[in-house]
Design a binder for this molecule. Sequence first.
Ligand SMILES: Nc1nc2c(c(=O)[nH]1)N[C@H]1C(S)=C(S)[C@@H](COP(=O)(O)OP(=O)(O)OC[C@H]3O[C@@H](n4cnc5c(=O)[nH]c(N)nc54)[C@H](O)[C@@H]3O)O[C@H]1N2
Ligand SMILES: Nc1nc2c(c(=O)[nH]1)N[C@H]1C(S)=C(S)[C@@H](COP(=O)(O)OP(=O)(O)OC[C@H]3O[C@@H](n4cnc5c(=O)[nH]c(N)nc54)[C@H](O)[C@@H]3O)O[C@H]1N2
Ligand code: SF4
Ligand SMILES: [Mo]
Length: 915
Amino acid sequence: MGVAKRPNVFGVTEGHWASLRFRRGSIPVRNTTYKTTCPYCGVGCGVEVTQNDDHTSFSSVKGDKDHPANFGRLCVKGSSLAATLGREGRLLEPTIYGAKATWDEALTLIADKIRTTIENEGPGGLGFYLSGQMLTEDYYVANKLAKGFLGTANVDTNSRLCMASAVVAQKRAFGSDTVPCSYDDIDHAECIIMVGWNAAWTHPIVYQRIAAAKQRRPELKVIVIDPRKTATCDLADLHLAIKPGSDAHVFNYLLWQTERADKLDRDYINAHVNGVESALEAARISSSQCQTLLATGLSQAQLDQLVATWLSCEKTLTFYSQGVNQSSSGVDKGNAIINCHLVTGRIGKEGAGPFSITGQPNAMGGREVGGLANQLAAHMDFATPGAIETVQRFWQAPAMATENGLKAVDMFQAVEAGQIKVLWIMATNPLVSLPDSHQVRRALKKCELVIVSDCYAGTDTATLADVLLPATTWSEKDGTVTNSERCISRQRGILPPPGEVRHDWWAICEVAKRLGFQKAFSYEHPHEIFVEHAALSAFENNGQRDFNIGMMSQLTRQEYDQLSPIQWPVTQDQPYGTKRMFVDGKFFTPDQKARCLPILPKIPFISTSSDFPFVLNTGRVRDQWHTMTRTGRAPILNQHTDRPYVAISPADANALKIQEGQLLRLKSPVGQACLPAKITADQTPGNLFVPIHWNDQNTNHSVVSRLIPQVVDALSGQPESKHASVAIEPQKVAYYGTVLSGDSLRTDLFDHWCRVGSEGGERYEVALFDTVSLSSLCLQLVGVNGRGTGEWLEYTNPINGDQRFAYYEAGELRLVAYFSTTPDLNSKNWVMERIGQSIQEPLARMGVLAGSPVDVVDKGDVICSCFQTGSVSIQDAIEAGCDSVEALGEALSCGTNCGSCIPELKRFLTSVEAV
Ligand SMILES: Nc1nc2c(c(=O)[nH]1)N[C@H]1C(S)=C(S)[C@@H](COP(=O)(O)OP(=O)(O)OC[C@H]3O[C@@H](n4cnc5c(=O)[nH]c(N)nc54)[C@H](O)[C@@H]3O)O[C@H]1N2
Ligand SMILES: Nc1nc2c(c(=O)[nH]1)N[C@H]1C(S)=C(S)[C@@H](COP(=O)(O)OP(=O)(O)OC[C@H]3O[C@@H](n4cnc5c(=O)[nH]c(N)nc54)[C@H](O)[C@@H]3O)O[C@H]1N2
Ligand code: SF4
Ligand SMILES: [Mo]
């Protein structure tokens, strides 16, 4: 493939050079600054880190002002990255059946088992379960090994739980998995619709860009479609709290009304879109006779406002995320949204388009290499005529897979059925994140060889691994990621990997070599993998495939190391990358026309019933990332939401006589969980919400996936994680307790517990279901740490029976326990800060037992993580006259750094006003 010498596209900065010098081992650079990319969400923010003199840690982590995704801003997760990098809990060496092993032993065992499985069962006996948190280079070699050299397409990924429906919707409409838009469109849009997307918490930097646009241009209309009132609604001119699962009704109605108002763009349709008539017909059928009102629960006035805004704003950008994708009809919902944009020609134009926002930092990169079971490679499918041969020729592959493999849920069912004997899980924690965790557990127990590659030891999934492989993590890994707007950025390997930790791509290639594929897997640096991947994207492409970064196949190692962010495609015609797709109205279908799809809205697969009367919705909180293996380590990130909960409407709480903080038992047809109630008017009656993050390592009975059945979209295989049906029962509790300790405590003494990592120790929120002697329980708690010879102070409230215990050793406070028959909602921050301190004064010791100081005011729950501003301080400031976010920022600094807490500050302002 000939590629002309290109202009100087890939800019060089100081930081990039420094990183190069360090890695080549020449003059060590002191306190050097490097540019890299945040490893969390699909916003893909550029990060600038400064190394400490010892080269093993960072002295600062800041936003990269030059990165087009964030222009220097970071949310609190990004700015707290340094706090997650400690060695504690890292997986530092391979293990086989729990015993330390060398890499050679582990890799040889894996290769031998793969070989014998292929001999005995065929390649279908193998499964790879990968992740949108792997780098493109890791993903590429895993996909190449499985699909080209082992002969199986049983390669799936956690992106199946995340983006699979959006992928299929885009492919059906555009003939390719293409996100047409850029973040830049936000600055040009007249209307922004956010569907099933809690951007304020999940993509904070994009949200802040929208907020800034709205502040600059208050006429910008913002519409949020979400059954819950989320922090994102803070910006909304219109919040449509639809009935769960009814999005396709909303967009079909919009389509129908667009036709009725004679606002279809006939010229665009004639030139560029097929299938419009049948889509309109389906929309008419599903929208007539008040069906939309009934199905969505919206009022006519709300629908009228939506339609009027849509019709008056040519430049409308519709973001959609998991509220759309995680559904048994998620693909149809995606197409219902895309239909509206196609018939109005609102795509491929500045400020307009359907924008499927990506969740993980490299879900897009995974799709680019073809890392899903129903993809082949480089945006080619098994069904694409000639594609298998093209890829075979390029890879010189001896054993091409020829048909789709098993998608995530099917793959785990095949493992349980004994069909898959070897399962390699990399960079994902399926025991927490896949639906029906009991099934996942059964599958992993049944599997002959479970290999888990992770950066951390002791994750839920790792507890069931036969072979554990220690992987590099952010700051050590080296390669590329692609964000939501198709922007490829470098994650740079800056810190040296500790112990026996190795890159994921290296482990895969070593197994490949042991299977005899030395030549095809003899890479020495991710650069070699990347340029091969880039070359494949252009190989026999002839303009038929959207994903083409052929120009980048000529990058030298130095240019790769210095790579600045660039949006694909990167071709001879677009050497500087491509901001917007479909500008010419040409799509990747055989006749180059886009397709409208006839959508007949479906209700969620499982309806509520008298046995399971509540709809269970699940999702994210602001400061935690997925299963908390990384964010759970940073005390600062444990403050905003310190434990799992079930959010319930005041009406339902009243009807069931539920109090705030009371433990509730949730039962679904597949499992149970036990969670404290959070009563909030953000929930509509009949609907519950539980966060996804907590796992068996930091709490018990709280993994929400245990309640979700394995219901998937038939087209995409994506689970319906946003809609299960459950029953609620109050849990009988004898004592609720909070235990603060300098040491880790045994948790088996509690019926219910949640550990909250804090600065200076750990806090346990616990419950005992039956009456026990609390003083002997406390003795057991300290006894286990080899202590117990110190001094106990005890207090029992004669009126309500509350019992409190404080334990001192040589005058130093080691443990405090508060027990009560009802949930105690008071903040214990003040006492937590005193753990480990010497406290002698009787008054101060009384304060400890009281849970609050005698002479100082507790600042309350932390709302602004960056400046540690508490709820009490915020309330006081408002009462003292601060009447805006800006005034609060001036008085307390809160909200002035990453801005993630601004929606909550606004809520404080309105709630205090209302009082
Ligand atoms: N803080 C944080 N940020 C993250 C992540 C994280 O773990 N933590 N994870 C990242 C990843 S991988 C992903 S995929 C993204 C996900 O980003 P989001 O999609 O924003 O996250 P969720 O909270 O899962 O779900 C979004 C919303 O869908 C709503 N919803 C539920 N049912 C329906 C429905 O029927 N219709 C509509 N319209 N809405 C509905 C929920 O109430 C919820 O508010 O976040 C990314 N960013
Ligand atoms: N009920 C419900 N379930 C859901 C969702 C929901 O909204 N509701 N959301 C779904 C979605 S969108 C997603 S994306 C998934 C996320 O679910 P998971 O992918 O299971 O969540 P993570 O905690 O991100 O798991 C990543 C694991 O990889 C490790 N890791 C991190 N970086 C690396 C690396 O470079 N190499 C290796 N080898 N390991 C690494 C981490 O320590 C961690 O153990 O959850 C899904 N499950
Ligand atoms: S928005 Fe936050 S989590 Fe997402 S990439 Fe940017 S800094 Fe990282
Ligand atoms: Mo995701």
